[in-house]
Design a protein around this ligand. Structure first.
Ligand code: PMP
Length: 318
């Protein structure tokens, strides 16, 4: 069984339980992250990808919900590394920090965020490929709209927001597609159920702006950097109309869990030649090497987990 960090202690994951009457279970009041750690065979070490950026986003999401985190970002990173060290994983891992409303009393204040007690957990499980894309993904534009910023902000990674994602993903899968593409209420392209979206036109990469109702993806930012620095693409952040997707040379999605995946058809229309395009394929490879800690230039994005035999460090020592 894996070890989980739960409200101040490292415990077997079957002991990390959250009450049925908590704000999290009853009302979707939690902020969370999805982070990957990659096993690097050559180094025989696990590397967490962009850990600090994920914890910083967790801090920003938690702020929206008035959830106080138990520690600062540096300490949360140390706790995460220590959790991985104790689990002694020798494979790719998915990590889920969760900051949530823990109060279980049913009072007239259950919807007053500032009056609720907070909880914090980090769980970790081995996870290989998450979204299979042999030959590329098929997508549909969802009949569900992305939640507007002044309804539930998509910028914050809030558990309740994933009702919107689940409705769209379910509709897509039940209709025979792999993934859903959300439009905004105004009809512009937003993102997928749990991934950001890019399109390629010649040597230009285009993605919706963060003023749209989208999550400010860490993979999105990684890909924007790698596309410029490693492939020399021109990256533009702007509004994207639905029909621009059909006209694009390539479309692909990005996410920590999903990584970089080419989309080969949208609403039954082939994208480009209807197979993974050269730019998405190249970015997939570049991303994989960077995330696994195999590209020295971007080593600062990868946090190495010390082996189980090493002493724990920093705030979690002792
Ligand atoms: N949008 C949504 C709605 C998501 O859930 C995710 C996954 N966290 C993303 C985009 C991609 O974000 P990231 O690259 O930071 O994982």
């Amino acid at each position: 069984m894996t070890i989980c960090y739960f409200n101040g202690a490292f415990v077997p994951s079957d002991q990390a339980r959250i009450g049925v009457d908590s704000g999290l279970a009853g009302r979707g009041l939690g902020a969370f992250e999805g982070i990957r750690a990659y096993w690097n065979e050559a180094d025989e070490a696990l590397y967490v990808f962009r850990l600090r950026e994920h914890m910083e986003r967790l801090e920003r999401s938690a702020k929206v919900l008035f959830v106080a985190l138990p520690a600062d970002v540096d300490t949360l990173c140390e706790i995460t590394v220590e959790l991985l060290r104790r689990n002694d994983f020798c494979t790719d891992v998915h990590l889920r920090p969760l900051a949530y409303k823990a109060s279980e009393e049913i009072t007239s204040k259950i919807l007053v965020l500032s009056e609720q007690a907070d909880g914090f957990a980090i769980s970790a499980t081995p996870l290989g490929r998450y979204l299979s894309s042999d030959g590329g993904l098929s997508c549909m534009v969802s009949s569900w709209r992305r939640t507007a910023d002044n309804a539930i902000p998509a910028r914050a990674k809030i558990t309740g927001n994933y009702v919107n994602s689940a409705l769209a993903k379910t509709e897509a899968v039940m209709n025979g597609f792999d993934e859903a593409i959300f439009l905004t209420e105004a009809g512009l392209v937003a993102e997928c159920s749990a991934q950001n979206l890019f399109l390629v036109r010649g040597q230009t990469l285009v993605t919706p702006a963060t003023s749209m109702p989208i999550l400010e993806g860490i993979t999105r930012s990684t890909i924007m950097t790698l596309a410029q620095e490693q492939i020399g693409l021109d990256v533009r952040v702007r509004d994207v109309a639905r029909s621009e997707l059909y006209d694009a040379d390539e479309v692909f999605l990005t996410g920590s869990g999903s990584e970089v995946k080419p989309i080969v058809s949208i609403d039954h229309r082939p994208i480009g030649e209807g197979k993974p395009g050269p730019i998405a394929s190249r970015l997939t490879k570049v991303y994989e090497a960077v995330a696994r800690g195999q590209t020295p230039e971007y080593a600062a994005w990868c946090t190495k987990v010390p082996p189980l035999a090493a002493e724990p460090k920093g705030a979690v020592a002792g």
